[in-house]
Design a protein around this ligand. Structure first.
Ligand SMILES: Nc1ncnc2c1ncn2[C@@H]1O[C@H](COP(=O)(O)OP(=O)(O)OP(=O)(O)O)[C@@H](O)[C@H]1O
Length: 226
């Protein structure tokens, strides 16, 4: 079963710049895939297409067997919030909210029919926090955290709704070795538990820890031999 299936993707920006030349990509359930490629090849744009943040392209994108272009805005927002977790290089945490409230924020937007109790999410957040070593910062504001702590908190927020698909854009980019390992171990564990993990990275050591390494070059994807 594929979580992501892209066929013949092409994109033209408003200024006429074209990227992707009939790009195809398939990501299976329970897979751990890295995407490498030179700066400007379109890695972030591809993540935005998969993450439903960019719908202005030609070609077909299917997520969990559903054709994205057949979804309306509400269905798309629902799919994004419930099934996709974004872990970004720049942790975007809300300044005047505690770490705990930042982590719980995505649960507020869940459909009522799917939402579990606040205690359930809190327990889930605490379990991840234990695993990632950030339990002690729950009452703090993001500004008081180190870069590595912010990154780990952002990862927990991305996972709180138990998304099937995890999109990580340079998730270890600004981290020291120890923090990078913590995030990488988490991504590995999630894929073993059945999640689909897709990581964009410049770091060949990080890429090599994935089950499959893909390369984006000249608008197309090829499998990179290790
Ligand atoms: N809104 C836009 N309008 C025009 N061109 C754009 C726009 N956004 C991105 N681009 C161009 O599209 C190309 C792909 O950008 P993208 O950020 O996806 O690349 P990338 O591979 O993620 O690069 P990096 O590794 O530096 O983050 C780049 O050449 C960029 O300049």
């Amino acid at each position: 079963m594929y979580s992501v299936r892209i066929t013949e993707l092409e994109k033209e920006f408003k200024n006429g710049r074209k990227i992707f030349s009939g790009l195809n990509l398939e990501l299976e359930e329970s897979s751990l895939t890295a995407l490498v490629g030179a700066s400007g090849e379109g890695k972030t744009t591809l993540l935005n297409v998969i993450g439903l943040l960019d719908t202005d392209y030609s070609g077909q994108v299917e997520l969990f067997g559903q054709k994205v272009n057949e979804l309306n805005q509400t269905e798309m927002a629902r799919l994004r919030n419930q099934q996709i977790g974004f872990i970004l290089q720049e942790p975007l945490l809300i300044k005047n909210m505690s770490v705990r409230d930042n982590i719980l924020l995505p649960t507020v937007y869940l459909d009522k029919s799917l939402r579990k109790s606040k205690d359930y999410y809190l327990a889930r957040a605490e379990q991840f926090a234990d695993q990632l070593g950030v339990s002690q910062v729950f009452d703090q504001k993001p500004a008081t955290l180190s870069g590595g702590q912010k990154q780990r908190v952002t990862a927990i927020r991305a996972l709180i709704n138990d998304p099937q698909l995890i999109l990580a854009d340079e998730p270890t980019g600004s981290l020291d070795e120890e923090n990078a390992k913590i995030i990488m171990d988490l991504l590995k564990k999630l894929s073993r538990e059945g999640k689909t993990v897709f990581t964009v990275t410049h770091d060949s050591h990080i890429a090599s820890q994935h089950d499959r390494v893909l390369q984006l070059k000249n608008g197309n994807i090829t499998v990179k031999e290790n």
